[in-house]
Design a protein around this ligand. Structure first.
Ligand code: ZN
Length: 407
């Protein structure tokens, strides 16, 4: 499976993946998914929001066990974030068939569309739409960096943007959703475990800071006469780091747009995007309000106007305790994918990264498995998981699915 996926959307220059929603690379990944489904005799379908499903058994029977993840990527993303979950899902089904397991419930592998939000700025669009957490009107307003609206991008890819919207009937068929994902931190590396179970997803969001000043000549405008928005922006970046350290959360300015973006021009506009996350809502509020306060102070001092817009927000997700405990029981009983655990407990981890599983958890019992990432590096070509750990992940997922879906 990896051989088929590896070249799709790979940028030879950076060595990273550029699998943006509704792009050519995305279409190739979707074709790969369809082929994997059909080669296993699964029924392939695409829902109204562009999510792909591969069914074993009759979905209308309800109480289905669903596993999967996403195939799209961030700009220059790694090979594992998303695809590891999809590949492992198909591999786990192969493993269950090898074991001769008989399914007592319908089973599906899913590929959620536009999870990373790399193109339109909002993460988990496919699952948010299905779960009714993104309105059709708001989705239709999304635009990519070239000004292409989401509906035009969907049309160009051969999908009907007027069909998108809440899909409660489809979600009601799901009795449990399990997403396997490469860990995006080093907790498993530090604990020495190949596989862990998720406890919660931290609350997180994206805020856009627009600093508006006055464009002018870099060579003829006296320093005292400038209204340079880059200065309060720079102070705000430093404040974000300070506030995050103070409160014990995370804050990152990783994307910036400058107008007119000329070497010899004082900018008229500096637009920076803050990504902030924390283990709890109070900490997150403290970080973001601290950053905004600093931004306003510095903007005023520089004679610059400031607008702060919250572009997206996801509250804390506490995965269903019953399903999580059931999964731990299965993994601990079976020795975590066949390995001898020596009586060790399966680690339970929180994460600062958002996932489709987090979106679905509002409507469906949901759980996540993490596979060890030896460096913790993610959203980068350096993202990695060792082959042995990937195999342990597949076995663990197969154990969990067997426990949930098979008689
Ligand atoms: Zn992911």
């Amino acid at each position: 499976m990896w051989r088929g996926l590896a070249p799709l959307g790979l940028d030879r220059g950076s060595g990273g993946y550029r699998r943006y929603a509704w792009s050519g690379a995305d279409a190739e990944c979707r074709e790969w998914f369809r082929a994997q489904a059909e080669s296993r005799g699964l029924v392939h379908e695409v829902d109204r929001n562009g999510n792909q499903w591969a069914w074993h058994g009759d979905p209308r029977a309800g109480d289905a066990v669903v596993t999967g993840s996403h195939l799209d990527s961030v700009p220059d993303g790694g090979a594992f974030d998303g695809p590891l979950g999809v590949v492992s899902s198909f591999a786990a089904l192969d493993e269950l068939r090898r074991r001769g397991a008989e399914f007592a419930r319908p089973f599906a592998v899913v590929n959620f569309g536009d999870e990373e939000g790399a193109r339109f700025g909002l993460a988990c669009v496919g699952s948010r739409l299905a779960a009714g957490q993104l309105t059709v009107e708001d989705a239709h307003r999304l635009r990519d960096g070239n000004g292409v609206p989401l509906p035009r991008a969907m049309e160009a890819a051969g999908y009907d943007p007027d069909a998108i919207g809440p899909d409660p009937e489809r979600l009601a068929r799901i009795g449990a959703f399990v997403e396997l994902h490469v860990e995006q931190g080093r907790a498993l590396d530090l604990s020495g475990d190949p596989v862990g179970v998720a406890s919660a997803i931290w609350p997180h969001g994206r805020w856009r800071f627009d600093f508006r000043g006055e464009a002018n000549h870099a060579g003829t405008t006296r320093l005292a006469d400038r209204r340079d928005p880059m200065l309060p922006y720079a102070e705000t970046v430093l404040a974000a780091r300070r506030e995050a350290e103070l409160a014990g959360g995370l804050a990152t300015f990783g994307k910036i747009a400058v107008e007119p973006n000329g070497v010899n021009a004082i900018p008229s506009l500096v637009r920076g995007w803050l990504d902030s996350r924390a283990a709890d809502q109070g900490t997150l509020d403290a970080v973001v309000s601290g950053v905004e306060r600093a931004a306003r102070e510095h903007a005023e001092r520089a004679g610059v106007d400031l607008d702060v817009v919250r572009e997206s927000f996801t509250p804390v997700v506490d995965f269903q305790h019953a399903l999580r405990d059931e999964i731990r029981r299965v993994l601990e009983k079976r020795g975590r994918g066949g390995a001898d655990t020596g009586g060790r407990a399966v680690p339970v981890l929180g994460t600062g990264a958002g996932h489709d599983a987090g979106i679905l958890s509002a409507s469906v019992p949901t759980a996540m498995l993490f596979v060890r990432n030896p460096t913790g590096v993610s959203h980068s070509p350096a993202e990695h998981a060792a082959e042995d750990d990937c195999v342990a992940g597949v076995r663990a997922l197969a154990d969990v699915l067997e426990g949930l879906a098979c008689s």
